[in-house]
Design a protein around this ligand. Sequence first.
Ligand SMILES: [Zn+2]
Length: 139
Amino acid sequence: MQVPFAEDVFTWPADDPQLIGARCPECSAVTFPEQSSCPRCGSLEMQRHLLPRTGTLWTFTIQGFLPKEPYNSGETDETFEPFGVGLVQLGDDVKVEARLTEGDADALEIGMDLKLAIVPFRTDPDGTEIMTYAFEPVR
Ligand SMILES: [Zn+2]
């Protein structure tokens, strides 16, 4: 079985999952994750807004050391592999910080096309896979 790590972060299960954000009907600001008030104009009329599935890499870094809870997915110093963390521009509207499926800096390039992927984050003792979102390079 696969379950999302949190509710209302991405559409799941879905053939074409999308991140769930919010859009302000007053000033068109877009947020991710969903927020109940607009960070730009303070409107309380924020509406659920599904974000584009593809975007471009705005900037990135490589996480080269074992993350602490709650970002640690059960890895140990022995099993840990560096992974990319990117700021991904989705449409004109919003930048989203996300894990990248690629952990080799030489394979990443600012401006490259990325698409959303829902990937296993960790596996619970009962075998349930906890899914999270990431972006993968479009080759
Ligand atoms: Zn607003």
